[in-house]
Ligand binder design. Structure first.
Ligand code: GDP
Ligand code: ZN
Length: 313
């Protein structure tokens, strides 16, 4: 006596998928064999996928069909050479159907790691996530939180200023998370767990459990999970996201993923300008005249170095 239900994959481990189905039950599912027969350039199923299942009364089921994806955070798996080298062989999907991303940093304790923020922003742009928001937490610790993040406000990234301690900004954040699949990530110690706990009891604890688990190195590849918020919506903070290397970015594409650098590039004298020492570089000119933040430019240079090394191997 099986039933056909639609649902959402919220967790994946060792070939099993936990599917939250429309009847409110979470079924532990396997992929139907025929889904695995067709050659696939991408993972057949991943967390965030909307699926049709054949559900049994004992709480198990089989995934019959996976709906087309939008907003995928993924990584190209390459078989040749070192990371970044060779052509992409397969797409490893970290989270599918991501509606938006929140990159969480603290205004103090710890001070913002701008390079990490810039790396996240590049990954978000690369993944085509339309809505990326910066969360500046612990605003209770400083007087001028807005000044700290002002350069990002100028670039056009929305910023929410929060304090898990005083509750400032928490209602706004909660409203944005409702009914969406959100990536919610940042370095440790910035207050992600505390913020999520103020929004949804136990959500923070669940996130922490996932990340601690992986830090112990017990389970390194597939400990992805979507955590359900009481008011509706899900958050993902999988270690896979935090450690995202810039695998699939060609060095020459990088400038396009810095929102404020991208429009300058066409004004560089050389079409293949690296924006390092070339004469007539519009990007360097913008740094010198103060219209482009030096910190952002330095992030560009260091990511570019990283990519050049990866692709040279
Ligand atoms: P996570 O590692 O990002 O999940 O960070 P936690 O939520 O575990 O918080 C790390 C530390 O910062 C804890 O001691 C929290 O009590 C503290 N903390 C979190 N949010 C705030 C905040 O808004 N203001 C202040 N002053 N401390 C905070
Ligand atoms: Zn240039």
């Amino acid at each position: 006596m099986s039933r056909q239900l639609s649902g959402l994959i919220v967790k994946e481990q060792s070939g099993f998928f936990w599917v939250e189905a429309q009847d409110g039950v979470t079924y532990t599912c396997r992929l139907r064999g025929r889904l695995m027969e067709a050659a696939q350039a991408s993972d057949i199923a991943a967390i965030g996928d909307r699926v049709c299942i054949d559900a049994l009364p004992d709480g198990t089921g089989a995934i019959e069909d996976v709906l087309p994806r939008v907003g995928v955070i993924s990584r190209a798996v390459r078989t040749e050479g070192a990371r970044g080298a060779g052509s992409p062989e397969r797409e490893h999907v970290i989270v599918a159907n991501v509606d938006q991303a929140f990159f969480v940093f603290a205004v103090a304790a710890p001070l913002p790691n701008w390079k990490m923020l810039d790396r996240f922003l590049v990954v978000g742009e690369r993944a085509g996530i339309e809505k990326v928001t910066i969360v500046a937490n612990k605003i209770d610790l400083v007087d001028d939180a807005r000044r700290t993040f002002a350069p990002y406000e100028q670039i056009g990234y929305p910023i929410i200023y929060t304090s898990a301690l005083t509750g400032a900004g928490v209602l706004e954040l909660r409203a944005l998370l409702k009914d969406k699949i959100s990536v919610f990530t940042g370095p440790s110690g910035v207050g992600k767990t505390s913020l999520l706990n103020t929004i949804s009891p136990d959500a923070g604890r669940a996130v922490k459990a996932v990340s601690n688990y992986s830090q112990e190195g017990v389970h390194t590849t597939r400990d992805s999970q979507l955590i359900r918020l009481v008011e509706g919506g899900y958050v993902a903070d999988t270690p896979g996201i935090r450690q995202l290397a810039l695998w699939d970015i060609e060095p020459s594409e990088l400038d396009g993923y810095f929102r404020e650098i991208a429009p300058l590039v066409s004004a560089c004298r050389f079409r293949d300008c690296l924006h390092r020492r070339e004469p007539g570089c519009a990007v360097r000119h913008a740094v010198e005249t103060g219209t482009l933040s030096r910190s952002r430019y330095e992030s560009y240079l260091s990511l570019r170095d990283e990519l050049d090394v990866a692709y040279a191997i």
